[in-house]
Design a protein around this ligand. Structure first.
Ligand SMILES: *Cc1c(COP(=O)(O)O)cnc(C)c1O
Length: 362
């Protein structure tokens, strides 16, 4: 750090986010299961929109995202006026922290919650506070016990990344109903579409003034590289967030491609079904080898091994076979690897490699 030119308090406490590995030295092709990407890729309509939108690159994009917000609202049964679009839902998370939390304030999340929560909290100068979990599942009792007069935001991913677990709508409602009055509950629904007949907490938002939701096109829509996410909440919150959102935070390309993706719901259905079948295969295959795997509700599983050394050895064996998964030391789960659900053949490859590596270790 420079002696005189210093950043705001809290910034230097941020451990830079480490994304999933994408490359292996000396290997042209890898099986990338490290970032929860949809193995089916984006809908064909999204790729067609990319080509169609290219000639307009000299134009500034729509600053209010009206068309995209209308499409999101229509797809999910929402009020378009209370939708806000961001450069990934990460940007919405960052807006929330900037707008509602600062020095002296606390941002609460559950122990194995998504790492962007503490990172964004610190970037805003606030103090992240992790509440203990019940096993690897968010505990409403622990979150409520940790909430106090300084708590401004409470983040809950449901289903959660990296554990894959979720809590019931009744539990979420109990959390919302019992938080201190100045605290806003943020329901991160990055994986909501992977759960059948689940609204991500929407009905709660319509009934309460202290709940917002973040969603993304990065996961089930297969558009992690596009960077489009959105938020939905009460009018008072969306009004606040729009005041700090840059007018051109989404390019025209992003908006047009996202619009096209939202027009093809069959791709979402197909992705959900393929994921459920492959996740079953991966979960059962790993369990059959004696690996600990909680039932996951997302497009990944958290595989737990005998200890940090065993997990590192399995990670190395997977890499030797050209397979990239996510090490979980940064989340405080060094004995675990998070494995994205690929195609069924990909899942078989993972199970085979893990089986061979465990066999060799015995
Ligand atoms: C992947 C993910 C996100 C968001 O990603 P964006 O690509 O920024 O939309 C948000 N929350 C959780 C829990 C995630 O796993």
């Amino acid at each position: 750090m420079h002696a005189a030119i210093r950043p705001q308090p809290g910034i230097m406490e941020i451990a830079p986010y480490e994304g999933g590995k994408a490359k292996l030295a000396g290997r042209a092709e890898v099986l990338k299961l490290s970032s929860n990407e949809n193995p089916l890729g984006p809908a064909p309509a999204a790729l067609a929109a990319l080509r169609a939108a290219a000639p307009d690159l000299h134009r500034y994009p729509s600053p209010d995202h009206a068309e995209l917000r209308a499409a999101i609202a229509a797809a999910h049964g929402l009020d378009a006026e209370r939708v806000i679009c961001g450069c990934g839902s990460d940007e919405i998370i960052s807006f929330l922290c900037q707008a509602y939390a600062g020095p002296g304030d606390e941002v609460l999340y559950s122990r194995y919650g998504f790492l962007m929560y503490p990172i964004s909290a610190r970037a805003a100068g606030a103090t992240p506070v992790a509440a203990p979990e019940d096993g690897r599942r968010a505990s409403v009792d622990a979150l409520l016990a940790a909430a106090n007069a300084r708590t401004r935001l409470v983040f809950l991913a449901n289903p959660n990344n990296p554990t894959g677990t979720m809590i019931t709508s009744q539990e979420v409602e109990r959390l919302a109903a019992n938080l201190p009055e100045q605290a806003l509950l943020v329901l991160d629904g990055a994986y909501a579409e992977y759960v059948e007949d689940f609204d991500g907490g929407l009905s709660l938002i319509e009934r309460r003034e202290n709940v917002v939701m973040t969603r993304t096109l990065s996961k089930i829509h297969g558009l992690g590289g596009l960077r489009v996410g959105w938020g939905y909440g009460p009018a008072h919150v969306i009004d606040v967030l729009n005041r700090i959102r840059g007018p051109f935070n989404l390019s025209g390309l992003q908006q047009q491609i996202a619009l096209a993706a939202l027009s093809d719901w069959s791709h979402v259905e197909r992705s959900r079904e393929a994921n459920a079948a492959a996740r079953r295969l991966l979960t059962d295959g790993l369990r059959g080898l004696g690996v600990g795997v909680d039932e996951s509700h997302g497009n990944f599983v958290l595989a737990r091994f005998a200890g940090p050394k065993a997990a590192a050895a399995i990670d190395a064996a997977l890499q030797a076979d050209g397979i990239l998964v996510r090490a979980m030391g940064g989340y405080g789960l060094p004995e675990a690897l998070r494995i994205t659900v690929g195609l069924e053949g990909d899942c078989r490859r993972v199970v085979d490699t893990v089986g061979r590596a465990l066999g060799a270790a015995r």
